[in-house]
Ligand binder design. Sequence first.
Ligand SMILES: C[S@@+](CC[C@H](N)C(=O)[O-])C[C@H]1O[C@@H](n2cnc3c(N)ncnc32)[C@H](O)[C@@H]1O
Length: 212
Amino acid sequence: MDRDTWTPPAAPAARGAGTVGTLYGSRLFLRPEHAAARATVETFLAGDGPVVWEIGFDHGIVLLDAARAHPDVRYLGAEIRRKRVEAVLPNAPPNCLPVRADARALVALIPDERLTHVLVQFPTPALHGHHWLFTPEVRDGWRRALAPGGSVTVQTDVPALVGWVDALFAGWGEGAAPPLGGASSRRARVCARDGLTVWTRSFLRPDAAHSR
Ligand SMILES: C[S@@+](CC[C@H](N)C(=O)[O-])C[C@H]1O[C@@H](n2cnc3c(N)ncnc32)[C@H](O)[C@@H]1O
Protein backbone atom coordinates (compact mmCIF):
# COMPACT_ATOMS: atom_id res chain seq x y z
CA MET A 1 0.00 0.00 0.00
CA ASP A 2 1.43 3.33 -1.10
CA ARG A 3 0.63 5.94 1.55
CA ASP A 4 1.04 8.80 -0.89
CA THR A 5 -1.54 7.53 -3.36
CA TRP A 6 -3.95 5.83 -0.93
CA THR A 7 -7.52 7.10 -0.93
CA PRO A 8 -10.26 6.26 1.61
CA PRO A 9 -12.36 3.19 0.73
CA ALA A 10 -16.03 3.45 -0.13
CA ALA A 11 -18.41 2.86 2.76
CA PRO A 12 -19.94 -0.63 2.81
CA ALA A 13 -23.66 -0.92 2.16
CA ALA A 14 -25.68 -0.69 5.39
CA ARG A 15 -27.13 -4.00 6.65
CA GLY A 16 -29.75 -3.35 9.30
CA ALA A 17 -28.66 -1.76 12.56
CA GLY A 18 -25.04 -1.74 13.69
CA THR A 19 -21.72 -0.82 12.11
CA VAL A 20 -20.89 -3.05 9.14
CA GLY A 21 -17.46 -4.68 9.37
CA THR A 22 -16.99 -4.43 13.14
CA LEU A 23 -15.01 -7.38 14.53
CA TYR A 24 -17.62 -9.81 16.01
CA GLY A 25 -20.33 -7.19 15.39
CA SER A 26 -20.83 -3.70 16.77
CA ARG A 27 -23.24 -4.99 19.44
CA LEU A 28 -20.81 -7.60 20.75
CA PHE A 29 -20.52 -6.18 24.25
CA LEU A 30 -24.26 -5.91 24.64
CA ARG A 31 -24.63 -9.70 24.43
CA PRO A 32 -25.19 -11.56 27.74
CA GLU A 33 -21.98 -13.62 27.38
CA HIS A 34 -19.95 -10.42 27.50
CA ALA A 35 -21.47 -9.15 30.74
CA ALA A 36 -18.14 -9.51 32.58
CA ALA A 37 -16.23 -7.44 30.01
CA ARG A 38 -19.01 -4.88 30.08
CA ALA A 39 -18.87 -4.66 33.87
CA THR A 40 -15.08 -4.22 33.80
CA VAL A 41 -15.33 -1.28 31.45
CA GLU A 42 -18.28 0.25 33.29
CA THR A 43 -16.49 -0.01 36.64
CA PHE A 44 -13.36 1.52 35.17
CA LEU A 45 -15.34 4.47 33.81
CA ALA A 46 -17.52 5.01 36.88
CA GLY A 47 -17.29 8.29 38.75
CA ASP A 48 -15.72 11.54 37.63
CA GLY A 49 -12.35 12.57 36.33
CA PRO A 50 -10.75 12.79 32.92
CA VAL A 51 -10.77 9.77 30.61
CA VAL A 52 -8.63 9.41 27.50
CA TRP A 53 -9.57 6.69 25.03
CA GLU A 54 -6.77 5.51 22.76
CA ILE A 55 -7.87 3.52 19.72
CA GLY A 56 -5.32 1.20 18.12
CA PHE A 57 -2.71 1.28 20.91
CA ASP A 58 -0.71 -1.56 19.29
CA HIS A 59 2.30 -2.15 21.59
CA GLY A 60 0.85 0.22 24.19
CA ILE A 61 3.91 2.46 24.19
CA VAL A 62 1.90 5.68 24.33
CA LEU A 63 -0.96 4.28 26.42
CA LEU A 64 1.22 2.93 29.24
CA ASP A 65 3.57 5.89 29.25
CA ALA A 66 0.67 8.35 29.48
CA ALA A 67 -1.01 6.40 32.27
CA ARG A 68 2.18 6.31 34.31
CA ALA A 69 2.77 10.04 33.76
CA HIS A 70 -0.80 11.03 34.74
CA PRO A 71 -2.09 8.82 37.58
CA ASP A 72 -5.07 11.17 38.01
CA VAL A 73 -6.28 10.50 34.45
CA ARG A 74 -7.84 7.23 33.32
CA TYR A 75 -6.70 5.69 30.03
CA LEU A 76 -8.97 3.29 28.21
CA GLY A 77 -7.40 1.50 25.25
CA ALA A 78 -8.95 -0.44 22.37
CA GLU A 79 -6.88 -2.71 20.15
CA ILE A 80 -8.13 -5.48 17.88
CA ARG A 81 -4.94 -7.57 17.90
CA ARG A 82 -5.20 -10.06 20.74
CA LYS A 83 -1.47 -10.69 21.18
CA ARG A 84 -0.77 -7.00 21.51
CA VAL A 85 -3.38 -6.65 24.23
CA GLU A 86 -2.11 -9.69 26.11
CA ALA A 87 1.39 -8.21 26.11
CA VAL A 88 0.24 -4.80 27.35
CA LEU A 89 -2.22 -5.95 30.03
CA PRO A 90 0.30 -7.11 32.70
CA ASN A 91 2.07 -3.75 32.52
CA ALA A 92 -1.01 -1.57 32.91
CA PRO A 93 -1.20 0.56 36.05
CA PRO A 94 -4.59 0.83 37.85
CA ASN A 95 -5.58 3.93 35.86
CA CYS A 96 -5.21 2.10 32.55
CA LEU A 97 -7.56 -0.45 30.97
CA PRO A 98 -6.36 -2.03 27.71
CA VAL A 99 -9.24 -3.90 26.06
CA ARG A 100 -9.12 -6.28 23.15
CA ALA A 101 -11.92 -4.82 21.11
CA ASP A 102 -12.90 -3.17 17.90
CA ALA A 103 -13.41 0.45 18.85
CA ARG A 104 -16.65 0.42 16.89
CA ALA A 105 -18.08 -2.11 19.37
CA LEU A 106 -16.48 -0.75 22.54
CA VAL A 107 -18.00 2.69 22.06
CA ALA A 108 -21.39 1.23 23.04
CA LEU A 109 -20.10 0.79 26.62
CA ILE A 110 -19.03 4.39 27.07
CA PRO A 111 -21.67 6.52 28.76
CA ASP A 112 -22.72 9.78 27.12
CA GLU A 113 -20.27 12.62 27.71
CA ARG A 114 -17.86 10.47 29.73
CA LEU A 115 -14.64 10.99 27.72
CA THR A 116 -12.36 13.98 27.69
CA HIS A 117 -10.27 12.78 24.73
CA VAL A 118 -10.24 10.27 21.92
CA LEU A 119 -6.78 9.57 20.49
CA VAL A 120 -6.07 7.79 17.22
CA GLN A 121 -2.42 7.76 16.27
CA PHE A 122 -1.52 6.60 12.80
CA PRO A 123 -4.78 4.82 11.99
CA THR A 124 -4.49 2.08 9.42
CA PRO A 125 -5.20 3.42 5.92
CA ALA A 126 -7.88 0.79 5.31
CA LEU A 127 -8.21 -0.78 1.88
CA HIS A 128 -11.74 -2.00 2.49
CA GLY A 129 -14.73 -0.04 3.73
CA HIS A 130 -15.46 -2.70 6.34
CA HIS A 131 -12.27 -1.76 8.20
CA TRP A 132 -12.58 1.99 7.86
CA LEU A 133 -12.83 3.89 11.14
CA PHE A 134 -13.48 7.41 9.95
CA THR A 135 -17.13 7.29 9.00
CA PRO A 136 -19.88 9.73 10.01
CA GLU A 137 -21.38 6.98 12.18
CA VAL A 138 -18.15 6.42 14.12
CA ARG A 139 -17.58 10.16 14.46
CA ASP A 140 -21.09 10.56 15.89
CA GLY A 141 -20.40 7.79 18.39
CA TRP A 142 -17.30 9.59 19.59
CA ARG A 143 -19.20 12.82 19.79
CA ARG A 144 -21.88 11.24 21.96
CA ALA A 145 -19.22 9.81 24.27
CA LEU A 146 -17.25 13.05 24.56
CA ALA A 147 -17.94 15.56 27.31
CA PRO A 148 -18.33 19.23 26.45
CA GLY A 149 -14.85 20.55 25.78
CA GLY A 150 -13.70 17.06 24.76
CA SER A 151 -11.72 16.42 21.63
CA VAL A 152 -10.66 13.85 19.05
CA THR A 153 -6.97 13.85 18.15
CA VAL A 154 -5.80 12.14 14.98
CA GLN A 155 -2.19 11.80 13.89
CA THR A 156 -1.20 10.51 10.47
CA ASP A 157 1.48 10.51 7.83
CA VAL A 158 -1.01 9.69 5.05
CA PRO A 159 -1.88 12.80 3.01
CA ALA A 160 -5.37 11.71 1.92
CA LEU A 161 -6.24 10.68 5.46
CA VAL A 162 -5.66 14.13 6.91
CA GLY A 163 -7.84 15.65 4.19
CA TRP A 164 -10.53 13.11 4.93
CA VAL A 165 -10.61 13.76 8.68
CA ASP A 166 -10.59 17.52 8.14
CA ALA A 167 -13.75 17.12 6.06
CA LEU A 168 -15.31 14.61 8.46
CA PHE A 169 -14.85 16.94 11.44
CA ALA A 170 -15.91 20.10 9.62
CA GLY A 171 -17.87 22.23 12.07
CA TRP A 172 -15.86 21.01 15.06
CA GLY A 173 -13.54 23.57 16.63
CA GLU A 174 -9.86 23.27 17.42
CA GLY A 175 -9.41 20.95 20.36
CA ALA A 176 -6.66 20.13 22.80
CA ALA A 177 -4.39 17.11 22.57
CA PRO A 178 -4.76 14.56 25.41
CA PRO A 179 -2.33 14.49 28.34
CA LEU A 180 0.45 12.12 27.31
CA GLY A 181 3.80 11.14 28.73
CA GLY A 182 6.15 12.06 25.93
CA ALA A 183 6.83 8.60 24.47
CA SER A 184 6.48 8.20 20.71
CA SER A 185 4.43 5.43 19.16
CA ARG A 186 6.09 2.89 16.92
CA ARG A 187 4.82 4.54 13.75
CA ALA A 188 5.80 8.00 15.03
CA ARG A 189 9.34 6.67 15.49
CA VAL A 190 9.42 5.33 11.94
CA CYS A 191 8.20 8.68 10.61
CA ALA A 192 10.87 10.55 12.59
CA ARG A 193 13.56 8.14 11.42
CA ASP A 194 12.53 8.43 7.76
CA GLY A 195 11.82 12.17 7.81
CA LEU A 196 8.14 11.71 6.89
CA THR A 197 5.66 14.54 7.30
CA VAL A 198 3.22 13.95 10.17
CA TRP A 199 -0.06 15.79 10.58
CA THR A 200 -1.73 16.11 13.98
CA ARG A 201 -5.28 17.40 14.26
CA SER A 202 -7.34 17.91 17.42
CA PHE A 203 -11.05 18.52 16.91
CA LEU A 204 -13.19 20.05 19.64
CA ARG A 205 -16.61 18.49 20.14
CA PRO A 206 -19.22 20.98 18.97
CA ASP A 207 -21.66 22.01 21.68
CA ALA A 208 -25.31 21.17 21.24
CA ALA A 209 -26.27 24.63 20.03
CA HIS A 210 -23.82 24.44 17.12
CA SER A 211 -24.46 20.91 16.13
CA ARG A 212 -28.04 21.00 15.01
C1 LIG B 1 -1.07 1.47 11.87
S1 LIG B 1 -1.26 0.85 13.48
C2 LIG B 1 -0.73 2.23 14.50
C3 LIG B 1 -0.40 1.78 15.89
C4 LIG B 1 0.06 2.85 16.87
N1 LIG B 1 -1.06 3.73 17.24
C5 LIG B 1 1.20 3.66 16.32
O1 LIG B 1 1.06 4.89 16.22
O2 LIG B 1 2.24 3.07 16.04
C6 LIG B 1 -3.03 0.87 13.73
C7 LIG B 1 -3.47 0.04 14.92
O3 LIG B 1 -4.87 0.17 15.08
C8 LIG B 1 -5.43 -1.11 15.33
N2 LIG B 1 -6.83 -1.03 14.88
C9 LIG B 1 -7.26 -0.93 13.59
N3 LIG B 1 -8.60 -0.84 13.55
C10 LIG B 1 -9.03 -0.87 14.84
C11 LIG B 1 -10.32 -0.82 15.45
N4 LIG B 1 -11.43 -0.73 14.71
N5 LIG B 1 -10.41 -0.86 16.81
C12 LIG B 1 -9.27 -0.98 17.56
N6 LIG B 1 -8.02 -1.03 17.03
C13 LIG B 1 -7.90 -0.99 15.69
C14 LIG B 1 -4.53 -2.07 14.57
O4 LIG B 1 -4.60 -3.40 15.06
C15 LIG B 1 -3.15 -1.42 14.78
O5 LIG B 1 -2.54 -1.89 15.96
